[in-house]
Every structure is written in structure tokens, then in C-alpha cells.
Design a protein around this ligand. Structure first.
Ligand code: BG6
Length: 481
């Protein structure tokens, strides 16, 4: 039996409901929650977008989107029909008056109300203002905003200030979908739900930490957005930074939104500036079959990075001297994301010297095949004497969980957290600003120096120099497969 946590009746309005994110993630996620029985009988989803369309048109769009982007969904036609009955649609002009009175007539005042801004950030201010001036949102309503949250510290501050004019911080849900991933939350469960790890979770016992988010896709189709961002703004400032915070933070007193976010913020503030010699940027080249970055971005002179690897230091008691190595890139060999906590060797070996042995590593795999592995040393079974080997203690979520607990998409979980009013897995305004304050000087440095990313082959592990980042410290990247 599925353990579904009930939520209150809600009206969820999705601005940009016909757009890519909505069709790919938000609508399929809501449908799954509906099928799981988590949507109360009176809950409704109201699409809002510029396109003129009647409700039947939107219902069709939703069912098409779910077939296209969640093809494995085993729901029946009857489920879909019942879900469609919960849908409504309003054609709306974010910058004008059209549609607002109609929307006001549809959104109830006596239920939880949430407004998902799945639109360009340049429209956030208009939407926030009109939701208020038309008396649609109340002081209890929630708004959900997507990344990119600003382009740098200055724009992020301006965005925070605009939203703050109309909504209190407790009403603003800034999405970083990495925080909704099953394993990312499991990281906190592993750290704080066991006695085993926390005593070792510091610079006395951890040699270093590796965070890898490798993708096989290029930037084709989103070239114009991506070329203005690069891997640093698109991935490091948000997703990798959030992962780093969850690993590095002090144990919060309770699993409560501000307790957790206070601890994350302290980590970001303790990050040292990164020197140019500790960062490697790359840009993928094409092959016979695949276009290169310069073609994909349609900018033959682009100096934007599609790969970045860096060594990051945290100046606090827990982590001083224990480096965090981060890397992320597009068009790499495999789609693999993982966090590896590499422990130090035992202080003294009582066994005869053998060929190179490696110590304990705790690996948290985000994708694919989400799970957790602990590499431990044991005696090789059999009569061959005391030979040591390393074996993985492996926990794969897919194997460990039955269907009722199958791995959920990050968006379904996060949307339901919004309805529940739980901000723990959302970024607070000051966190986002602190993250920009750390990344801005790095990016400005590249611009001032006219830094050019190193080319790397599509399907490789990134530029050779990124290997050197660890080699020169006597370490090496884990093979990611
Ligand atoms: C997005 C980035 O935030 O995350 C994309 O804008 C990236 O460039 C994506 O591809 C990766 O998400 P996931 O969940 O597929 O790892």
C-alpha cells in the first residue's frame, strides 16, 4: 500500500502551462500524484498561458504531454479522464489586463492556493504584481519560481526585491530540482539517521570529496540561453552548490526549513575564493556525427564553458584542508551523477604491503540507478592467505524499494511540498544571493582575462587538464560509468 501523505485541497495555477517545463515535468508529475491518490477530490490545476485555448484544448495538451514525456506511466484512460476533469484553463496576458478577471473568478479563496511561475524571469515581477492587484493571491498563497534565479548577484537581488514587494519570504518557493531527487534527500537521512557516519564526517577522516554531474546531451535547442550561462551559472551556482552544502553543513537542530537553510548558508559563506589555477573550463568539439558547441550555440566565437572542474576549499573547523572537487559537463561519456566521500587510509597497516589499495569510499549515486554504495576492505575468501580485496556494500533503490515506493521524479515531490507548505527543499533568497556572491568573481575573472575554455572531445571525460587538478594533489577522479 502506497504511503501517501494527504495534502489539503488546493488550486494550483501554472503560468506558462503550455511551455516545455510544464509539459515535461510539472503536468506529468501532477498526474502521477493524482494517480497515487494524493490529490484531494476538490483539488484543481488551472493552466494559464498566452495561447488562446478552451478547456478541452488544454485537457488534450495535458494528455499528449503525459504520453510523450511519461510514456511508462501505467495509468488507464479512466484515470486520465478523471484527471482531466480537474483541469481548467485561462488565456492570460502577463503584461496586460487580459484574462486576469477570469482567473480571479476561478481561484478559490478558501483552499490552499499556489502559483507556479514557469515563465521567463523577466515576467516574474508582472505576475507577482497582478496576482496581488487583482486580489487573486492572498498573504497565505505560495508562488513557485524556477531557475535561473538571476544572472549574477545584482540581478538576483533585484529579483528578490521585486518578489518581496508582493510576497513574504515564507510564501516564495525557489526550485532547485536537485533538492527533490530521492538520493539527495537520502544523503541527509544517511548522515543524520545513522551514528556511523557523522563522527567520521570531517577533515580528520575524510581525505577529499568528489561531486560529479556528467551529462551526455549537448546544448542543442537551448543554445541561446546556455551561451549566456555556461556550466558555471547553469549547474554549479545552483545544483552542485546545493549538493556541496548538504554534504558540508553542520547537523541542523531539526529537519525544519530555516534550520536546514541556515546551515547551508553558513557553508556557502565559508567557501574560499577559487584561484584560476584551481579551475578548468572546457567546451565540447563536434565529431563526424555530432555538432560541436560552437555550432550548437550558433556563436562561432563563443567562450562559454560546457564543462567545468574545480577544487573548492571550505574555511571552517570541520573542512579546513579537505578539498571538494566538483565537475560537471555536457556531452561527456556517460550520464552519471554521484557524490563520493573518499575516506583516508587507516593510520597504520598491519598487513603485508600489497599492490595499491584504496580506502573506504561512500558513494551516493544520483543517477542513473540511484543508490548508495560503501566500498570496504575484506579478506579475499578462500585459502589463499591474507589477501585483501575491496568490495562494494551496495544499496540500489530500485532493488530495495517495492513498487509502492518507486522512485519519484523530483518535481512531483517538490510540487507537493509547496502544497504542504514545506520550504525545506527550496532555496531561501539569501542562499541564492550568497551563491552568486561566490560565483560572480570567478566568472568576472574569466571575462577580464579573456579566458578561453579548452576543447574536449564529445564522449570523453572532459579536458585532460581536469585530470591534472587531482593528479597534482596525488589523487584521481573516480571513473564514472
Ligand atoms: C537543468 C540545467 O537545471 O538541469 C540543464 O539547466 C541540465 O542544463 C539539467 O541538463 C540536468 O538535470 P537532470 O535532472 O537531468 O540531472
Amino acid at each position: 500500500v502506497s504511503r501517501v501523505i494527504p495534502v489539503e485541497t488546493f488550486d494550483l495555477v501554472i503560468f506558462g502551462a503550455t511551455g516545455d517545463l510544464s509539459r515535461r515535468k510539472i503536468l506529468p508529475g501532477l498526474f502521477r500524484r493524482f494517480c497515487a491518490g494524493q490529490m484531494p477530490p476538490e483539488a484543481r490545476v488551472i493552466g494559464a498561458a498566452r495561447t488562446e485555448m478552451d478547456v478541452a484544448g488544454f485537457q488534450q495538451l495535458v494528455s499528449d504531454a503525459i504520453s510523450e514525456f511519461d510514456p511508462k506511466n501505467k495509468a488507464t484512460a479512466d484515470d486520465m479522464q478523471r484527471f482531466q476533469e480537474r483541469l481548467d484553463y485561462v488565456a492570460i496576458d502577463a503584461k496586460g489586463d487580459d484574462g486576469w478577471t477570469e482567473l480571479a473568478g476561478k481561484v478559490r479563496k478558501d483552499v490552499v492556493t499556489a502559483f507556479y511561475f514557469s515563465v521567463a524571469p523577466s515576467l516574474f515581477g508582472d505576475l507577482a504584481e497582478r496576482l496581488r492587484s487583482n486580489n487573486i493571491a492572498t498573504s497565505e498563497s505560495r508562488i513557485v519560481v524556477e531557475k535561473p534565479f538571476g544572472h549574477d548577484l545584482q540581478t538576483a537581488k533585484a529579483l528578490n526585491a521585486t518578489l518581496a514587494k508582493h510576497f513574504d519570504e515564507t510564501q516564495i518557493y525557489r526550485i532547485d530540482h536537485y533538492l527533490g531527487k530521492e538520493t539527495v534527500q537520502n544523503l541527509m537521512a544517511v548522515r543524520f539517521g545513522n551514528i556511523l557516519f557523522e563522527p567520521l564526517w570531517n577533515n580528520h577522516f575524510v581525505d577529499h570529496i568528489q561531486i560529479t554531474v556528467a551529462e551526455t546531451v549537448g546544448v542543442g535547442g537551448r543554445g541561446s540561453y546556455y551561451d549566456q550561462s555556461g556550466a558555471m551559472r547553469d549547474m554549479v551556482q545552483n545544483h552542485l552548490m546545493q549538493l556541496l552544502c548538504l554534504i558540508a553543513m553542520e547537523p541542523p537542530n531539526e529537519f525544519e526549513p530555516n534550520a536546514v537553510r541556515d546551515e547551508k548558508l553558513k557553508v556557502i559563506r565559508a567557501l574560499d575564493p577559487v584561484s584560476p589555477s584551481d579551475i578548468v573550463r572546457g567546451q565540447y568539439s563536434g565529431t563526424d556525427k555530432l555538432s560541436g558547441y560552437l555550432e550548437d550555440s550558433e556563436n562561432p566565437d563563443s567562450k562559454t564553458e560546457s564543462f567545468v572542474a574545480m577544487k573548492v576549499a571550505i574555511s571552517n573547523w570541520r573542512w579546513k584542508g579537505t578539498p571538494f572537487y566538483l565537475r560537471t559537463g555536457k556531452r561527456l561519456r556517460d550520464r552519471t551523477s554521484e557524490i563520493a566521500i573518499v575516506f583516508q587510509d587507516p593510520p597504520h597497516s598491519i598487513f603485508e604491503a600489497q599492490e595499491e589499495r584504496r580506502g573506504n569510499v561512500l558513494v551516493i549515486r544520483l543517477q542513473p540507478n540511484e543508490g548508495i554504495t560503501m566500498r570496504v576492505t575484506i579478506k579475499e575468501p578462500g585459502p589463499g592467505g591474507m589477501r585483501l580485496i575491496e568490495v562494494p556494500l551496495d544499496m540500489s533503490f530500485a532493488d530495495a524499494l517495492d513498487e509502492a515506493h518507486d522512485v519519484h521524479d523530483a518535481y512531483e515531490r517538490l510540487i507537493m511540498d509547496v502544497i504542504r507548505g514545506n520550504q525545506t527543499l527550496f532555496m531561501r533568497g539569501d542562499e541564492v544571493e550568497a551563491a552568486w556572491a561566490w560565483t560572480d568573481p570567478i566568472i568576472e575573472g574569466w571575462q577580464e582575462r579573456g579566458d578561453k575554455p579548452r576543447p574536449y572531445d564529445s564522449g570523453s571525460s572532459g579536458p585532460e587538464d581536469s585530470l591534472m587538478l587531482l593528479h597534482r594533489d596525488g589523487r584521481r577522479w573516480r571513473e564514472v560509468r
